[in-house]
Design a protein around this ligand. Structure first.
Ligand code: SAH
Length: 344
């Protein structure tokens, strides 16, 4: 059975054309799928009955099932573990902010990037998510909470640029007027530094925010923490970021998770200022979330402050990420791992 949400709009047009339908039907159908998140053929009242019956024979509208749901004690963060049709599961997080509601979604089941401190990569990559499976995470949270999602961040499990084509189809629907019509400026794509993917994305000139998970200011340290650095070292990554800002006019966000005694020294901070000098960027410091089975601890607040001051003194724009939902494992692949562990 085909999930119609995996199709591009052109593919939906082609399909309907082959079924003898006029072109405007594609938009009608797309609205049911991507805007209203309709899960039943019976509701699609403006589509001919016989068309619906024919589509039903080889396509399905099945959404995701909620395997687990945890609400933070402040109530502003909800973490979901969603079940996929083949029995796999992915995590997504809903967050309520002053500026709107955001959805943090996964792009792969597991991940093959191997970052030292990340829980999502522990079991390796299981498979890519399809565009429809990414979209369904947003729809499922929106319908469960009953609030409109205004921002989407691709920071759940997986590496979006390792699943490039599916991610692009997903973004096309997400931003389309027949879909949720979320502006690219409200979308953040986070990568650990897949340089060819960054360059490919830059050429599309989408006004989305690119976040790059830097985590270390030199190759020696970054090779250990973010293994893709061995294939694409900083001397490739930084020029790729430069190219990205040049082609899109958008500033890059560098994510830097502070790990106690590993990458949080004053020397690291100074190296970082030199590394990104002249680049249109913002730095987001993240007190690292502890991960079961991974041997590191988070930098204490006083040292986070010292690190931040050094960057600011060099004229960089820096924030420390506000923590939401660490009481519900809402960080980085941890809920899925916990459930896998519980279920043996
Ligand atoms: N693969 C992409 C997106 C997923 S991870 C990427 O690497 O950017 C989203 C962010 O969470 C990344 O910046 C990642 O490095 C960070 N992260 C992973 N594990 C973490 C942990 N234990 N504590 C803090 N941040 C973590």
């Amino acid at each position: 059975m085909i999930n119609l949400k995996d199709f591009t709009l052109d593919q939906i047009k082609d399909l309907l054309d082959r079924l003898g339908e006029p072109p405007y039907r594609a938009i009608q159908l797309a609205r049911w799928l991507f805007q209203r998140g309709c899960l039943s053929w019976d509701e699609m009242s403006d589509l001919p009955k016989d068309l619906r019956a024919r589509l039903k024979e080889f396509t399905h509208l099945q959404g995701l099932t909620i395997v687990q749901k945890r609400v933070s004690h402040r109530g502003d963060t909800i973490k979901y573990l969603f079940g996929l049709a083949d029995g796999q599961a992915v995590e997504s997080v809903f967050m309520r902010h002053l500026y709107g509601r955001s959805a943090c979604i996964s792009t792969q089941v597991g991940c093959r990037m191997g970052c030292r401190f990340c829980a999502s990569t522990i079991g390796g990559l299981i498979r890519n998510l399809s565009p429809g499976e990414m979209y369904d995470q947003v729809l499922a949270m929106q319908s469960d909470v009953g609030e409109r999602i205004s921002h989407v961040v691709l920071m759940g499990s997986g590496e979006p640029l390792d699943n490039f084509d599916h991610t692009m189809v997903f973004l096309e629907h997400l931003t389309a007027p027949y879909g949720l019509h979320i502006g690219y400026r409200h979308i953040t794509l986070s990568t650990c530094g897949v340089v060819p993917g960054i360059l490919k994305l830059a050429r599309r000139r989408l006004p989305l925010t690119l976040a790059v998970s830097l985590h270390a200011p030199n190759d020696e340290l970054r090779n250990r923490l973010v293994p893709i650095n061995r294939r694409h070292p900083l001397e490739e990554l930084i020029p790729a970021c430069q190219e990205y800002t040049k082609l899109t006019g958008r500033r890059i966000t560098f994510e830097y998770a502070l790990l106690s005694g590993v990458n949080d020294s004053s020397r690291c901070a100074l190296q970082l200022t030199r590394l990104v000098r002249g680049l249109l960027c913002h730095i987001n410091l993240i007190p690292a979330n502890p991960v079961t089975g991974r041997d590191f601890s988070r930098t204490p607040p006083a040292r986070v402050h010292r690190f931040k001051k050094i960057l600011e003194k060099a004229g960089l724009s820096v924030t420390v990420r506000r923590e939401l939902g660490s009481d519900i494992d809402a960080a980085c692949g941890q809920l899925r791992r916990r459930v896998i562990a519980l279920n043996g």
